[in-house]
Design a protein around this ligand. Structure first.
Ligand code: DGL
Length: 277
């Protein structure tokens, strides 16, 4: 059904990683209009403080609101872990309580309980996400019988942001963290890629993961969860515009964003450069 709404869906990430989420969301919900915002000039967020990630994420959310988005997805685990709750509880009521900001950790946590047999799971994520313990807390709420081990992989986002995800250097860092995680808890049978940049390293990750250990990228679960959300919130769904378009915004030079984003998405991207803050 075509809606008569005028709001695109905002998709935010610190850089390129959220494009993996946008890709899956568009496959599931191709009818909507989207605005993708990558804060590439200030990525990576993973090693930044709580205060900085919150400040930058709030700026991005406000920018997407100013572009007409009534619904924004934080397609970034680090931002979801460090900024989502404060934005939902403190900022949204002041800005406009009819707008929504959703994260991507909860949709991932919801499905993991049906996947692990051993009830031991690993989370590979940025230092910020691992340190925040958001995955551990959310999993403890929904699946208290599951043991969670987090593995911070601080080099993985820079490898992706700097287009080195296919290089021999990437092999070294991928092997190192996969090994360390599985040695820390050999009972792990399910590993969540808790950073939206990591699907770009999936080929290499699978090289080092023994058979029997399942790797879970988030995109499809986030897309299914958004679809479910919109089916339960018809008021929001009715406000979304349905032209099937995407606008790309970056805080970096578009000439540097476009070729990389084109590789990530497999389709040509023409971004607009913006400034946040
Ligand atoms: N892609 C983001 C995530 O999912 C963060 C990467 C970063 O900026 O460190 O955590």
């Amino acid at each position: 059904m075509r809606s008569t709404g005028d709001s695109p869906i905002g998709i935010f990430d610190s850089g390129y990683g959220g494009l993996t989420i946008l890709h899956c969301i568009r496959q599931t919900l191709p009818q909507y209009d989207y605005i993708y915002l990558g804060d590439n000039a200030r990525a990576p967020y993973g090693t930044r403080s709580f205060e900085r990630v919150y400040e930058f994420t709030l700026q991005a959310v406000k920018y997407l609101f100013s572009q007409g988005c009534r619904l924004v997805i934080l397609a970034c685990n680090t931002a979801s872990a460090k900024a989502l709750r404060s934005i939902q509880q403190n900022d949204l009521p002041k800005i406009d309580s009819s707008r929504r900001v959703l994260g991507i950790i909860r949709p991932t946590v919801e499905v993991v309980g049906n996947i692990t047999q051993s009830r031991h799971i690993g989370i590979m994520a940025t230092e910020g996400t691992v340190r925040s313990k958001t995955y551990n807390l959310e999993i403890a709420k929904l699946h208290p019988d599951i043991t969670v081990v987090g593995e911070a992989c601080p080099m993985w986002v820079p490898l992706v942001e700097n287009h080195e995800y296919d290089s021999p250097g990437a092999d070294y860092f991928v092997h190192k963290h996969v090994n360390h995680l599985l040695q820390t808890d050999p009972l792990i049978d399910t590993v969540i890629l808790g950073c939206t940049h990591y699907p770009l390293l999936l080929g290499k990750i699978l090289k080092y993961v023994p058979t029997g250990v399942r790797i879970i990228p988030q995109g499809d679960y986030v897309a299914a969860s958004l679809q479910d959300y919109l089916s339960r919130h018809s008021d929001m769904a009715a406000r979304l515009s349905t032209g099937g378009t995407v606008r790309y915004l970056t805080t970096e030079q578009p000439s540097s964003f476009n070729p990389s984003a084109t590789v990530f998405l497999g389709e040509s991207v023409e971004a607009e450069g913006i400034t946040l803050g």
